[in-house]
Design a binder for this molecule. Sequence first.
Ligand code: SAH
Length: 212
Amino acid sequence: MTDAQTKMQFLYALRSKGVTDARVLTAMEKVDRAAFVKGLFSDRAYEDMPLPINCGQTISQPSVVGIMTQALNVQPRDKVLEVGTGSGYQAAILAQLARRVYTVDRHKRLVAEAQAVFDAQDITNITAFAADGSHGLPDQAPFDRILLTAAAEDPPSPLLAQLRVGGIMVLPVGQSDTVQSLIRVTRTDTGFDYDELRQVRFVPLLEGLGQD
Ligand code: SAH
């Protein structure tokens, strides 16, 4: 298959799994997932499956990245926080849609590797840190949008506090060893609205920094 055919099939698979937002599809067409998948698995980058990355983590399935990005409804002037940088792929998609993306991971090795890919791909509106993202980034708050790519039992309260009124947070919630629910939290003038989007399976949100 040519590269163009591979990309077309990739976009077709995304659409058939419910990723219909034109801006999200354009962003996913533009960002080269293979750049974020290293070694052995890079020739499978355009299949709709999660793949292993370093530190025992995974790069999410593209259709799940698409569904989450779509649910976040990112606007061009938005400041976005992603918790769980992993490979950096999801952050790179968000960076196509937002003004600035802050992304944090508890593994500094993953942050360094993702940063190298952002540099190589000339993506300049992402700031990546090694940090425990369950505390958010108080210095940069409030955020217009917050996305978690690791599952918490409940939405972490520091993150709810760092969401701007009118802002949206998307995250998987539930126990790590079972099926989790992807939920969307919208901050209103008076509180928070919650809606449940679908079942998903993510690695758990862990406390503190990782070993590497
Ligand atoms: N968004 C990634 C996939 C993330 S996998 C991508 O596009 O490739 C989930 C990531 O969450 C892992 O890299 C894990 O290290 C990270 N993580 C888990 N708990 C965390 C925490 N408390 N703070 C920051 N990152 C965390």
